[in-house]
Design a protein around this ligand. Structure first.
Ligand code: PLP
Length: 284
């Protein structure tokens, strides 16, 4: 099942072609996106996702997105969905047609089903490897043109890293710096649980501020956990009682094996944290 809507609120055939071959999103990966989890018709963290879309667009000097129109397009997809209870709702915003001075950005909202692999990872956890990202933790502030921390559609490197994980017998990646600083996963935020405290690296080192991590930290704090946003080193990742990758569609996924070494079983902590995260969306 797939549902496609444009920013004027019209529905379109998701099986048909709508993007021009000279769209700069296609030609140069010049655009931004968001992926939102919708459960039982309710989008999770919609406002933070829309605000992050606007933040990424500003980093790429794209015209400011009309967030009301994006919200409407998202709702059109949700209203016309008749598939499973969960939707991965993608918002994609490109610079538009190459060489056209009048070119307008191109945008759409597309609802798709949750990948089976992701559903399995939610339950079984994943084996991850650390891979060097080739950047330093202070680069984001020194070189804003590198767009570190923007959710741009240039995800070629992120996808290549996941394929490298596959070649090495794992299914996910934690990006690191040469000095051992932990960044993020190619499509996720790193969260470490240690002594009833959750840790995640700060976005200022050039990573995406995660909406799932933020929701998890809110829920965990209410459940009596402490939370800390501070730099982590690779050596820290095996010192805790639980290592997790968080993102909208995977929610909170356990890392059971890191660089080939089996980690302490975090199933019980995972269940506790997953409940704390879900409590953010409980209907009272
Ligand atoms: N970091 C990167 C590079 C991502 O692509 C994503 C999501 O896809 C995340 C972190 C997690 O963000 P969120 O929890 O808002 O989905």
């Amino acid at each position: 099942m797939r549902v496609l809507a444009f920013l004027d609120g019209t529905l379109a055939d998701p099986e048909a072609a709508h993007l021009r071959v000279d769209d700069l999103g296609l030609l140069r990966g010049d655009g931004v996106f968001e992926t939102i989890l919708v459960v039982d018709g309710r989008p999770r963290e919609l406002r933070p996702h829309l605000e992050r879309l606007a933040r990424s667009a500003a980093m790429l000097d794209l015209p400011e997105p009309d967030l009301a129109a994006w919200e409407r397009a998202a709702q059109v997809v949700i209203d016309n969905w008749s598939g499973p209870a969960e939707i991965a709702l993608k918002l994609v915003y490109t610079r538009g047609i190459d060489g056209d001075p009048e070119a307008k950005p191109f945008g759409f909202a597309l609802g798709v089903e949750i990948d089976e692999k992701v559903q399995r990872a939610r339950v079984e956890g994943v084996a991850a490897i650390t891979l060097e990202r080739g950047i330093e933790p202070d680069l984001a502030e020194r070189a804003p043109w590198l767009l570190l921390g923007a959710k741009s559609i240039s995800y070629g490197v992120n996808m290549a890293a996941l394929r490298e994980a596959g070649r090495r017998g794992a299914s996910d990646v934690i990006f690191t710096a040469a000095d051992g600083t932990v960044f993020e996963g190619p499509t996720s935020t790193v969260v470490l649980a240690r002594d009833k405290t959750l840790y995640t690296p700060p976005a200022t080192i050039g990573i995406l501020p995660g909406t799932t991590q933020a929701a998890l930290f809110r829920g965990a704090e209410r459940a009596g956990w402490s939370v800390k946003v501070e730099p982590l080193k690779v050596a820290d990742l095996t010192e805790g009682e639980g290592l997790f990758l968080a993102s909208s569609v995977r929610k909170l996924t356990r890392v059971h094996t890191l660089d080939g070494a089996v980690l302490t079983d975090s199933s019980a902590i995972h269940a506790e944290l997953a409940a704390a995260y879900e409590s953010e969306y409980a209907i009272s």
